[in-house]
Write a protein that binds this ligand. Structure first.
Ligand SMILES: [Zn+2]
Ligand SMILES: [Zn+2]
Length: 324
């Protein structure tokens, strides 16, 4: 836990064992966790639930790790103009909500998606309709699991790249009947940066959070994906980096952790090299930032291309360019 009482965790792989992932989360001092429940780049879902799931839930409870966030597949695009993609996206996200409920997860985190050239207003209307359909179809699963919309990085026709668009999305969803308490938001600092928001300074972070508060309300901000970035501000390029090792200034990243109105927020790291020990390093760095301590220099091996781009690439590195 952080000084303001927030939960802090990381996106950890389950492929090498679910119980092992829960134990790893505890070992690195995480108080929350984010996972994929299946292949994030496939429409196909495995039938049934993993045999290890009850043991996974027991281990998380034993370690006091909560909330669990399920990151939906990148293919989901509720703003898609094509009916086939839209219908499949509704079905896939509905399935994720049901599986997330079985995992005891509090959140299903989903990228806001791309209007693919159909226009912002059309895309937002499609998205709102899709969210309503998902919440209706998920039934009681949707009562316990919040759909958490993640801000876009400004690539291609991606939506939700500004507080104004996030507000428009929220109002459109509410207007057609999506209950406000079924929908939350996630701000990814690397996406804000890529979309042109200067979140590298205290003032820049405060400005974005104030604009989000005016448009949506900070009470609806449920998660922050705390990532540094290898890309330039406003480039639309989303390449996650170790905290303090990228181009976003640490003053801004620290402010996201220290902001007095974010005590209810869960922080999830999606930084590189989770399977190679950098999960522990970045969690410690996040705690240092939260406490106002200086960050140690990262060794050159932190930027080794295998760490940054290999199997342990950041969870969103493989996302299609216009929906990340
Ligand atoms: Zn993210
Ligand atoms: Zn990202």
């Amino acid at each position: 836990m952080l000084p303001n009482g927030q939960r802090l965790g990381a996106h950890l792989p389950l492929a090498t064992g679910m119980v092992r992932a829960a134990d790893r989360a505890a070992a690195i001092g995480a108080s929350a966790i984010q996972v994929f429940v299946d292949n994030p780049t496939s429409w196909r879902r495995r039938p049934g639930l993993p045999a290890e799931l009850p043991a996974f839930r027991d281990r998380l409870a034993h370690h006091g790790i909560a909330p669990v966030s399920v990151h939906a597949p990148y293919l989901v695009n509720l703003a898609a103009p094509a009916d086939e993609v839209w219908v499949r996206s509704v079905e896939l996200l509905t399935s994720e909500l049901r599986v997330a409920a079985a995992y005891g997860a509090a959140f299903v985190n989903v990228h806001i998606g791309s209007h693919r050239g159909s226009g912002v207003d059309t895309g937002i209307a499609r998205l709102a309709k899709g969210l309503l359909r998902v919440v209706e179809h998920a039934g009681t699963a949707g009562d316990s699991v919040l759909v958490v919309l993640e801000n876009g990085s400004g690539a291609g026709f991606g939506l939700g790249t500004t507080p104004g668009e996030l507000g428009a999305i929220d109002r459109a969803a509410t207007a057609i009947g999506v209950p406000r308490d079924r929908l939350g938001f996630c701000l990814d600092t690397a996406h804000l940066w890529a979309a042109g928001h200067d979140v590298g300074s205290l003032e820049g972070a405060d400005a974005v959070l104030a604009a989000f508060d005016a448009q949506v309300g900070l009470d609806r901000l449920r998660m922050v994906h705390l990532n540094d970035s290898r890309s330039g501000m406003g480039t639309g390029s989303d390449r996650h980096e170790h905290l303090g090792g990228g181009r976003i200034g640490i003053g801004g990243l620290a402010r996201f952790l220290q902001h007095p109105d974010l005590g209810h927020v869960t922080y999830i790291l999606e930084t590189p090299g989770m399977e190679e020990g950098w999960d522990e390093v970045n969690l410690a760095r996040a705690r240092d930032l939260a406490a106002g301590r200086p960050l140690a220099a990262l060794p050159p091996s932190a930027f080794d291309t295998r760490s940054a781009r290999g199997r342990s690439a950041p969870p969103e590195a493989d996302a299609p360019a216009d929906v990340s």
